[in-house]
Design a protein around this ligand. Structure first.
Ligand code: ZN
Length: 452
């Protein structure tokens, strides 16, 4: 099937960062056939999309999330990270595959509606009787048609061993490694056209053992998949690492074999210069989550310093329990505003913000050979934003309308050449029905916590 988007502004994010004030994008099947300035050639076999008044960008890439948290939005709204976690761990302990399927669908729909075509998920809550949790969220992403990189997360450092999570929320090391290997063998698709890749993601230095970190890295490398964890999110974590391991978070992970081009860390707010240099020389990436970091008052990531050092940086919404909006396009605006609030007006350009959300995110996920820019030969993940409604009409620069303006409606969102959003609504989801299901699932989860 051929789709031609004609008459739109285009921000390609290609090697030259080319932009066209009026241009077109031709999609043939799963891939982009051409992107250029001016009107599209006529093709009787193609479906034409009138792109006038719109801006085409690469689909946005989300590099950090916890989909299950869609069911626990709006709790512990004024707490620090550690207090927020200790409030929510007992609620999350009631999760099962049916609840997760609904919560993941809610979170994925919000991502798609805000321009996301590829998302990772970091899932680390595996209650003993929860069923096939990873399978449930994979099913949800497949049903919507999004490109997905779920990571098999884990926690094995319960409170009785000096960790933060309650003992009933953690698993045994051997069971974690076996389940992780099994999930990769069952689901991971390394092919170029893949819509589903897996990763390995122990939760954080304060909820997993050094043994688990080390063995997870070995397993991921053996299987050829990527490695992820939370790092340097709060000063509490920094103190925890120094007290328990005698070093800061980056040195601690480095000592366990955790730096490399196959690794990315969520947050990375409290890196020192030495830490940033270590990330740069090893090629390790960072998922910057500005809204969540501000919501928890954790601080502001040193985006500009990471960028200057050559560290791959992408954007993430993080779990919706610490970012109730979970809107990926808004993270672009926040990344630019926050960088400038601390670093001055030149700290991050509007175009750099969009780059973090597209090509930057693709690099962080190790997927930039296939996605992250609008170029002939790449997979057809395209966002077409309406920038001619009352909220945006007359803005001189369409990229500024997208990045600095209110989130624009999506005229069309293509993943692998297939429409997922059309006229600002999901193509394959009854969103009213979904809202009813999400409310019921959230109430069930809350009730379980009270009951236990
Ligand atoms: Zn997180």
């Amino acid at each position: 099937m051929k789709i031609v988007i004609d008459g739109c502004a285009v921000a390609t994010m290609d090697g030259d960062r080319a932009e066209h004030a009026v241009g077109h994008v031709v999609v043939d099947g799963a891939r982009i056939a051409s992107v250029a300035a001016g009107p599209a050639p006529r093709d009787v076999d193609a479906t034409y999309v009138d792109g006038r008044g719109c801006l085409a960008t690469p689909g946005l890439v989300n590099t950090h999330h916890h989909l299950y948290q869609w069911l626990t939005r709006g709790s512990a709204v004024d707490e620090t990270l550690f207090d927020w976690l200790t409030t929510l761990y007992p609620v999350w302990a009631g999760l099962d595959e049916d609840l997760l399927r609904v919560g993941a669908t809610g979170a994925l729909v919000q991502l798609a509606r805000t321009g996301c075509t590829t998302t990772m998920d970091h899932h680390y809550v595996f209650p003993a009787d929860g069923g096939d949790l990873l399978g449930a969220e994979i099913e949800a992403a497949r049903a919507l048609g999004l490109r997905f990189l779920p990571t098999r997360g884990s926690m094995d450092l319960g409170r009785s061993k000096g960790g933060l999570p309650p003992d009933e929320a953690v698993e045994e090391l051997d069971a974690i490694l076996a389940a992780t290997a099994e999930a990769i063998d069952r689901h991971h698709d390394p092919s170029p056209d893949s819509l589903l890749r897996l990763g390995v993601a122990p939760c954080s230095p304060f909820s997993v053992t050094g043994d688990l970190l080390e063995q997870s890295a070995a397993l991921a490398r053996d299987k050829g998949v990527r490695l992820h964890t939370h790092l340097a999110e709060t000063t509490d974590e920094d103190e925890f690492c120094r007290e328990k391991f005698g070093s800061g978070p980056v040195e601690y992970l480095e000592s366990l074999g955790w730096l490399g081009p196959d690794v990315w860390f969520a947050h990375g707010i409290h890196f020192d210069d030495k830490g940033i240099a270590a990330l740069a020389s090893s090629g390790s990436g960072v998922a910057h989550c500005p809204s969540s970091n501000a919501r928890l008052g954790a601080g502001i990531c040193r985006t500009r310093d990471l960028w200057d050092a050559g560290v791959p940086v992408g954007l993430g919404v993080d779990g919706a329990a610490s970012n109730e909006a979970a809107s990926l396009v808004e993270e672009v605006r926040h990344s630019v505003l926050f960088a400038r609030a601390v670093g001055g007006p030149q700290a991050l350009t509007v175009r750099a913000g969009l780059e973090l959300a597209t090509l930057g995110g693709a690099r962080v996920l190790g997927w930039d050979d296939q996605i992250g820019s609008l170029e002939a030969g790449k997979l057809a993940d395209v966002a077409l934003w309406r920038v001619d409604t009352a909220a945006h009409a007359g803005i001189a620069d369409p990229v500024a309308a997208l990045v600095l303006g209110t989130p624009p409606p999506l005229e069309l969102l293509l993943v692998q050449g297939r429409p997922v959003v059309r006229h600002d609504a999901m193509v394959d989801v009854d969103e009213e029905r979904l809202a009813v299901d999400v409310r019921a699932a959230s109430e069930t989860l809350a009730r379980r916590a009270v009951g236990s």
